[in-house]
Design a protein around this ligand. Structure first.
Ligand SMILES: Cc1cc2nc3c(=O)[nH]c(=O)nc-3n(C[C@H](O)[C@H](O)[C@H](O)COP(=O)(O)O)c2cc1C
Length: 244
């Protein structure tokens, strides 16, 4: 009996002694970054603040998934911190920086998109993060809060969050080195990003929740992703908390 697509993939991509797959000699074929040539506008992010907050151990102890958000917006400085803590440049060289989150082979296959609902001074819309310039490129302007909530199985907190992070996986960027095993790494990478974003949000006194339940094609459509070369893998909603 066919065990199903999941177990077949898991077994089919095992590393086993004596039968290691040879890596396809294709490194460098898929560009390391995505860049939109004609965005509607750019939002320059302030240099991220790297001090303050309750400290790592307290943030770990306090972290919870939070789904009830206040109406207050998040400041641009805090947004900059959240993005930097998740996927900002923290080392390496200027053209190929190492980033805040670990990534298999330092290939960073997951592109960061933002559904911005309520960030001080930033028009609502859909944005793409450019790591080399630490800035946002606006892809679409408007209120997409309801659309993203509907695309996430009607989870309403997506509409009341100040911002929803969305990670689109460029599988080829990872597969050019790891072949079929790359799928494992893309999801592991995304998990690191969601976890680190939650800790950063906690340290800033913000609420967050990771989202694995979504209609893939609907989120892809909102982001303009084709679902093949690049597809949505994970989202995290972040908002301000009541009573803080
Ligand atoms: C991969 C993943 C997917 C998740 N997807 C959702 C989701 O779609 N909707 C939701 O409300 N919570 C989602 N969560 C949050 C979990 O429900 C939550 O982490 C769990 O209940 C434990 O609670 P805690 O995070 O407060 O410790 C997800 C968490 C992970 C790690």
């Amino acid at each position: 009996m066919d065990p199903g697509i999941g177990p077949r993939y898991q077994h089919g991509t095992k590393y086993q002694r004596g039968s290691m797959p040879t890596a396809p000699p294709m490194l460098g074929v898929v560009p390391p970054f995505k860049r939109y040539e004609d965005p509607l506008s750019y939002v320059e992010l302030p240099a991220p603040e790297k001090t303050g907050g309750p400290g790592l151990w307290q943030a770990i102890a306090d972290r919870r998934s939070r789904r009830v958000f206040a109406e207050e917006p998040i400041g641009l400085e805090q947004l900059s911190q959240l993005i930097w803590a998740t996927t900002g440049a923290t080392g390496g060289d200027a053209e190929h920086p190492l980033r805040a989150c670990a990534s298999a082979g330092a290939l960073y296959p997951n592109e960061t998109y933002l559904f911005i609902n309520s960030i001080t001074g930033v028009p609502a819309g859909i944005y793409h993060y450019e790591v080399l310039n630490h800035r946002l490129a606006m892809l679409s302007e408007g209120d997409f809060s309801r659309d993203v909530a509907m695309a996430c199985l009607g989870q309403r907190y997506c509409a009341t969050a100040c911002v929803v992070f969305a990670w689109g996986a460029v599988f080829g960027r990872c597969a050019q080195k790891y072949s079929d095993r790359a799928l494992r790494y893309v999801y592991l990478d995304a998990g690191h990003m969601g976890a680190q974003l939650q800790l950063a949000a906690e340290a800033l006194g913000l609420g967050s929740v990771n989202i694995g339940a979504f209609f893939d094609d609907e989120v892809n459509h909102l982001l303009g992703l084709d679902g093949n070369a690049e597809t949505i893998v994970y989202l995290t909603a972040v908002g301000t908390l009541k009573g803080l």
